[in-house]
Design a protein around this ligand. Structure first.
Ligand SMILES: NC(=O)c1ccc[n+]([C@@H]2O[C@H](COP(=O)([O-])OP(=O)(O)OC[C@H]3O[C@@H](n4cnc5c(N)ncnc54)[C@H](OP(=O)(O)O)[C@@H]3O)[C@@H](O)[C@H]2O)c1
Length: 304
């Protein structure tokens, strides 16, 4: 999947390119599934040019799961035929084949579907980092905005797993039952949301994970009275600067150990990656159109 200039989904094209060759320390993976993420859409539109510029032609995609096809010199951690979950930092996983550093690949446990495996990296490590950043622990009451989205759906479960007594998930009504089924108290967002949070919290709210932006950091500090050290936003940098809250996300969470830990939780049935929809690689434009509506439950996955 390539694009030659910044723009809307129409710039995305599936083209034939040379099969990449793994260099020293790298492995070539035949991709079985690869997640898509909102940040990729922002990069493709040029909205992040100052921070994460693209060079053209550009590929796309970090998340990946697949089968090792070939390894480069000096690689002994994986071998041909291994089923792996991993990532690339080269914007390259939305493809039939991707080269990734061997150290970015962990084994795919049998209980992790290809779709969940392929969608895990960005959303998983970001949710992990956010839950860790707010110090989620026993007895806590924690609010998560965007609670049914790619990151939010994992963050609410990881917060429960960390022992939080009450996890309040902000979501539209269509996602409330899914949240309840995962031990989360759903609250509708929109006007009056702070009152509704206070009502179900029945007392202090200890921490807030913002995966949506649009004023939730302000609400957490000013209306819920949460200390900045227990608020993490993965999207609202301006509010983070203003209020001194944390911004730990994929960079902070990104490691093979965290990825393997998340995969083990899924394998044991303790974490679910909800798969909203699976698209073929050639349907990549439709996949991003759906993602950019910002109402995905869980993850959208491309399957080459
Ligand atoms: N800093 C990092 O490292 C990092 C890493 C990953 C992602 N991100 C960013 O984090 C954000 C979330 O990523 P994602 O993959 O989770 O996105 P996503 O899957 O597209 O999230 C969509 C969710 O947003 C919810 N939503 C829509 N309108 C809302 C509102 N007004 N208030 C609260 N929630 C609302 C939707 O809920 P309903 O369907 O219930 O309406 C849906 O569940 C994106 O902006 C992404 O770029 C940052």
């Amino acid at each position: 999947m390539r694009f030659d200039h910044y723009g809307d989904v129409d710039v995305l094209n599936v083209v034939e390119v040379e099969r990449p060759v793994p260099g020293p320390g790298e492995a070539l993976v035949r991709v079985k599934a690869a997640g898509i993420n909102p940040g990729e859409a922002s990069i493709r539109k040029g909205l992040l040019h100052d921070r994460f510029p693209a060079s053209f032609p550009s590929g796309e995609g970090s998340d990946l799961a697949g089968v090792v096809e070939e390894v480069g010199p000096g690689v002994d951690s994986v071998t041909e035929g291994d089923e792996v979950i991993g990532w690339t930092d080269q914007r390259a996983s939305h493809a039939e084949f991707v080269v990734a550093p061997a150290e970015h690949l962990v084994p795919r446990p049998a209980g992790v579907s290809w779709e969940a495996a392929g969608a895990l990296f960005i959303a998983g490590v970001t949710a992990y980092a956010a839950v860790r950043a707010v110090g989620a622990g026993p007895g806590d009451t924690i609010v998560v905005s965007g609670a049914a989205g790619g990151v939010g759906s994992l963050a609410v479960q990881l917060a429960r797993h960390a022992g939080a007594a009450t996890v309040i998930g902000l979501a539209s009504s269509g996602n409330h039952q899914w949240l309840r089924d995962h031990g989360v108290t759903p609250v509708a967002y929109g006007s009056g949301v702070a009152d509704r949070i206070r009502e179900v919290a029945r007392g202090r709210v200890d921490a807030f994970i913002d995966t949506f932006g649009g004023g939730y950091v302000k609400l957490a500090v000013e209306e819920l009275g949460i200390v900045p050290g227990r608020i993490d936003t993965i999207i609202d940098w301006a509010a983070a600067r203003q209020y001194g809250v944390k911004t730990e996300g994929s960079t902070a969470g990104s490691s093979p150990e965290v990825l393997a830990e998340l995969a083990a939780l899924i394998d044991r049935g303790e974490l679910e990656v909800p798969i909203a929809k699976v698209y073929g690689l050639e349907e990549v434009r439709d996949a991003y159109r759906e993602l950019e509506r910002r109402h995905t439950r869980g993850k959208i996955v491309l399957v080459p």
